[in-house]
Write a protein that binds this ligand. Structure first.
Ligand SMILES: NC(=O)C1=CN([C@@H]2O[C@H](COP(=O)(O)OP(=O)(O)OC[C@H]3O[C@@H](n4cnc5c(N)ncnc54)[C@H](O)[C@@H]3O)[C@@H](O)[C@H]2O)C=CC1
Ligand SMILES: O=C(O)CCC(=O)C(=O)O
Ligand SMILES: [Mg+2]
Length: 366
């Protein structure tokens, strides 16, 4: 039973299928000396601890990857760090990333957002699915969030026209809405999902969200007759997500609603440390925990749950065609979670991050 569940998780976590339709084959990463070079950006907060967990597991499994580590910090970093990170990702095409902190000061730009825009990794993919053994109030949850990553509310265009009056621009374009819609429908087709729901607020933002709603529906109806398309207002979708999440299959969202729904989704399945994610463009793919939390409050305490990062890393392995490594690592991770003996405090356990990682290693060796 468990292995069947694991198998279906593995299929659905597969970034490769989503990627294959989106990335130009000419830009697939190349091996050097039999190994892929992957950019590793630990980021701030718990990033180092959870990427260390991945590094330990990959080393023990002899995964044919060399890491190119780039420091990127929103707390202390120099301006040149972002250039270095972008250069490394442009060269290697593939990255594994923690989250960088963004201070609320008006002068501090989000490095996470800058990186996504610079590389045009426009599609965020987040899997919200119950994990056997992890307590959650509702069962049979299994949906995917496809989130536009480069425009919308995260455009970062704000100005104060006169003191006390601020205008924030939300940019929505037909071009970027069509491409995120196609990504969502392609993902649905390739992963045997039947329903795409466009999430919007077209009753209030009639032009911007109206464009999003109508474009997703047009693309679906014209190009993907085998996939049902619906739409739902974001307020209702948030309520439905916590009362009847089983109704959702693939949700396609503008930027901010995707962030909010990924956080609701994380809470539904047991917490932010469990959710895997990836960002795809035509040339690059960057894998990062789907709920995108920095975790400054638990930094260096050795309690962070690295599951979301490990599962993001297994999506990356599939993207690179290293499925057998991904299968073994994901299965060992799910087995440790299912047993519940060596799990971290966020899901009710007492284990440290390193003890959880060690339990995965011993599963792999057994
Ligand atoms: N504050 C920032 O710089 C950034 C914030 N965000 C977004 O803002 C929202 C909230 O961010 P923050 O308030 O900074 O959240 P946070 O990073 O403080 O996380 C919220 C809570 O979840 C816990 N948590 C997160 N990951 C965990 C893990 N792997 N294991 C165990 N516990 C974990 C943290 O300890 C914390 O108590 C999120 O949606 C996030 O996507 C995204 C990027 C940067
Ligand atoms: O980069 C940030 O500081 C916040 C971004 C965010 O909330 C997200 O990407 O979901
Ligand atoms: Mg967020």
């Amino acid at each position: 039973m468990l292995s069947q569940l694991v198998q279906s998780q593995l299929l659905k976590v597969s970034g490769k299928r989503a990627f294959a339709t989106t990335v130009n084959e000419n830009f697939l990463p190349k091996k050097y000396g039999g190994k892929y070079i992957v950019t590793l950006i630990p980021g701030d907060g718990i990033g180092k601890e959870i990427t260390d967990s991945v590094k330990t597991i990959f080393a023990a499994e002899h995964v044919p990857i060399d890491w190119e580590t780039v420091e990127l910090s929103g707390m202390s970093g120099s301006a040149s760090q972002i250039d270095e990170a972008v250069l490394s990702l442009k060269r290697n095409k593939v990255g594994l990333k923690g989250i960088t902190y963004t201070p609320s000061s008006p002068f501090a730009k989000s490095l996470n957002v800058a990186l996504r825009k610079e590389l045009d990794i426009f599609a965020s993919l987040v899997l919200i699915k119950n994990i056997p053994g992890v307590p959650s109030k509702l069962q049979d949850i299994d949906f995917v969030l496809v989130r536009e990553n480069t425009e919308g509310e995260y455009s970062g265009l704000e100005h104060q026209s006169v003191p006390g009056v601020v205008e924030s621009l939300k940019i929505m374009t037909k071009y970027k809405t069509e491409r995120i819609a196609r990504f969502a429908f392609d993902f649905a087709v390739k992963n045997d999902r039947k329903l795409v729901t466009a999430i919007h607020k077209a009753n209030i933002m009639k032009l911007g969200d109206g464009l999003f709603r109508s474009t997703v529906k047009e693309v679906g109806q014209a190009e993907y007759p085998g996939v049902e398309v619906k739409d739902m207002i974001v307020d209702n979708a948030s309520m439905q997500a916590v009362s009847y999440p089983q109704q959702f299959d693939v949700m396609v969202t503008p930027n901010l609603y995707g962030s909010i729904l990924s956080n609701i989704g994380a809470a539904l399945i047991g917490g932010p440390g469990l959710v895997p994610g990836a960002n795809f463009g035509r040339e690059h793919a960057v894998f990062e925990p789907g709920c995108r939390h920095v975790g400054l409050d638990i930094k260096d305490k050795n309690v962070a749950n690295p599951t979301g990062m490990i599962l993001s890393a297994t999506m990356m392995l599939r993207h690179l065609g290293l499925d057998p490594y991904a299968d073994r690592i994901a299965k060992a991770t799910y087995d440790v979670l299912a047993e519940g003996k060596a799990v971290t405090p966020d899901i009710g356990g007492k284990a440290t991050t390193t003890e959880f990682t060690a339990a995965i290693l011993s599963k792999l060796q057994s």
